[in-house]
Design a protein around this ligand. Sequence first.
Ligand code: DP6
Length: 359
Amino acid sequence: MNTAHFLVKSDLKFVDKSTYTWQTPSNIALVKYWGKSNPQIPKNASISFTLNNCHTITTIEFDKKEKGDVVEFDLFFEGKQKDTFKPKIAEFFARIQEYCPYIFEYKMIINSENSFPHSSGIASSASGLSAIARCLMSLENELNSELTEEYINKKASFLARLGSGSASRSIEGPLVVWGNHSEIEGSSDLFGVRFPYKVHTVFENYQDAILLVDKGEKQVSSTVGHNLMHNHPYAENRFTQANENLTKISEILQNGDVKAFVSLVESEALTLHAMMMTSNPYFILMKPNTLEIINRIWEYRNQNDSNICFTLDAGANVHVLYPECEKGAVNQFIENELSQYCQKNHYICDSVGFGAKKM
Ligand code: DP6
C-alpha cells in the first residue's frame, strides 16, 4: 500500500456545519521508535501498549467557508485560546493537506483537553494529534459515506503519523505496531496496525503506573532527538537491534514468557537513553530519582519473585509495567516506597486500553 491510497478520490458532498468529539489515548512504546527520515518514516519498527486513562479529548467544529489557500483554525486548550500550540498544528495541516483537501473548505475551531496534567512531562503529542486526525476522518466520512471502518482507522493513523510518529500508534489498541517488519503481517511505515497475533492472557489488562519524576518541559524536543540519530555512530546497529527485538517481543507476547518481556523492555528503555547519551550533542534525560526508582524496582523484583519492570520515554518519568495479578501488591509498593521519588508524590495509575472513542 502506498500514499496514493490515502488521497481523496471521490467527489465530496460538502455540508455547512459539523462537529465531532473524539477521545484518543496516549501510548507507551515497548520497542522504541528513535530515528526517522522524511516524511515521518521510522528507521525501525516499534510496538506500544495503548493506554486507557491517559488521553486527549478533542472537539472540532467545522464551518463551511469559501475555499481558500490557507488553512483557517482557532485552537483552545483547556478552554483557553492557545496560540503557542498553533505552529505545530499548522505544520501538521501543511503535511496532510494533499490527503485532506477539504480542510481548505472549512474554518475549524479546535478544543482540546488532556486527562493528565499538562505539565506532567507526559508526551501529549501522540494523543493530541491522533485526536485531531480522528475528527478529520469523521468529517471525511460525512463528506464521503463510502469509507470503511478499516480505511478510516488506517487513514487516521496515517494522518496522525504525519503530525507525530508515535501518534500513529494512538488510534487502536491494545498493542500497535508501526513500521514495516517482515514478521508482522500488514505492518507499514505509513500507519500503525493492531498487533495481528493472539496475545497470551498474562499480557491482558497489563498495568502501567507512570511515576512523575520531572514534570518540566522536555529538555530535548523529539524532533531534535530523532535528528541526532542521523550522524550517530551506533545508529545502524540500533535500528537492526530494534527490528530484532520486535521479532522477539512478538514471540514473547504470544507465548507469555514474562521474564523475557521484562528483560527486553528494560533493555529497550536503557538503549533509548544510551542513544541520547552517546549522540553529539549528548543528553542525560534521567534524573537521580529515575535511577533510585529503577534500583528499587530491581530490588523489589528480586525479593518478591515479581515480574514488575520499567520503561522510559525521552524524559525522566518512569513507566512501571506489571501484570494485573500483581496489581494489589505493586500498587502498595508504589504508594509506600516509590511515590517519595516523584514530584509532589504524584503518579498516575493506568492500564492497557483499546483505542480511540467517539464521544
Ligand atoms: C521516545 O513520536 O514524539 O517516545 O515523530 O518527532 O513527533 P515525532 O516523535 P515522537 O517520538 C517518540 C519517541 C519515544 C519512543 C516511542 O514512543 O516509540
